[in-house]
Design a protein around this ligand. Structure first.
Ligand SMILES: N[C@@H](CCC(=O)N[C@@H](CS)C(=O)NCC(=O)O)C(=O)O
Length: 298
């Protein structure tokens, strides 16, 4: 009898490599899909960035999850409600799609209202699909994946996923000093390489924002607020990478990008939901972030 994994904070980094239980299958259509995300989750953030940047929110509805992830995994509350089914927990969405579902109840999820199933729970594929197949519905047109850059963007996204997004987790969840130091050194080498690339380019691929920027931004925006302290990625402050920092702040100034960021919520998610790393569940008040205070305040 398969046992449903309601979702917890993974302390084993290998468990973050998820297989697709619901292969991505999306047919662009107005009002057909519902997007589940959390402001805290960097994977869901990729797809949320595409959704907002292109202005697809008028054709795809969405619900955010509460920042506290407890014994039943991702949870809805009074503020963060499931607008579709009024569920209490995300795992109910998974069992609605497949009664004997036994995988992880992870975010993001794109729900297909027509077929009554999960159309995607793979953030990379979902973000790519939204960026490339929904142009006809976009309120703001932008070519996030041009034909000329298609292969380079996909390769860059994979590199960013394993060498930046996941690397931060490999540092923070390392279970030995040797592993921690090894992964930390790699992470900072990778940040140095990106900083050099951005010394000659405004964005990862020149002057145009591409999908790859939406794979890097979620990690940068969490770096000072969460990762540097909680995951001990503090070899150097992010501001030591002049170009990366300029790039993050510039992207954050964009109103439709900013709409996808909630730093206090994100801090609560990481600090509250990982008792193995933070047993008191106290959420630090700092650090003060000049780029955040200058725009909308904490
Ligand atoms: N393959 C997934 C992984 C996403 C993922 O790991 N999401 C985390 C939150 S940031 C999650 O929902 N974890 C819950 C769990 O593992 O049970 C994707 O990239 O879409």
């Amino acid at each position: 009898m398969p046992i449903l994994d309601k979702g917890v904070w993974r302390t084993d980094i290998n468990q973050l490599d998820e297989i697709d239980h619901f292969p991505t299958q999306i047919v662009p259509e107005k009002d057909r899909y519902h997007f589940y995300y959390s402001y805290g989750c960097p994977f869901a953030h990729r797809a949320n960035l595409v959704l907002h940047y292109l202005g697809l929110n008028h054709v795809i509805s969405s619900s955010g999850l509460a920042p506290e992830m407890l014994e039943n995994g991702w949870t809805f509350n009074e503020v963060f409600k499931d607008d579709l089914f009024d569920s209490r927990h995300l795992y109910e969405i998974y069992t609605r799609a497949k009664a004997d579902y036994s995988g992880r109840a992870s975010l993001p999820v794109l729900w297909d209202k027509k077929v009554n199933t999960i159309a995607s729970h793979n953030s990379a594929e979902l973000a790519f699909h939204l960026a490339t197949q929904w142009q006809d519905f976009a309120q703001h047109s932008a070519e996030l994946v041009s034909p000329e850059l298609h292969d380079d963007i996909l390769a860059m996204n994979e590199w960013l996923n394993s060498q930046i997004t996941m690397k931060v987790y490999q540092v923070g969840l390392a279970n030995s000093q040797v592993k921690y130091e090894h992964q930390l050194a790699k992470l900072f080498q990778n940040l140095t390489a990106l900083d050099e690339r951005l010394s000659e380019n405004r964005y990862l691929f020149g002057n145009q924002i591409t999908l790859s920027d939406f794979f890097l931004f979620p990690t940068l925006i969490r770096f000072e607020a969460v990762y540097a302290d909680l995951y001990k990625t503090n070899l150097k402050p992010l501001s030591a990478f002049e170009n990366l920092y300029r790039y993050m702040v510039e992207l954050y100034q964009h109103p439709r990008i900013q709409a996808t960021v909630d730093v206090p919520h994100t801090k609560r998610f990481y600090y509250y939901s990982q008792p193995a790393l933070n047993p008191t569940r106290l959420v630090p008040v700092g650090p003060q972030l000049a780029w955040l205070d200058n725009s909308k305040g904490e």
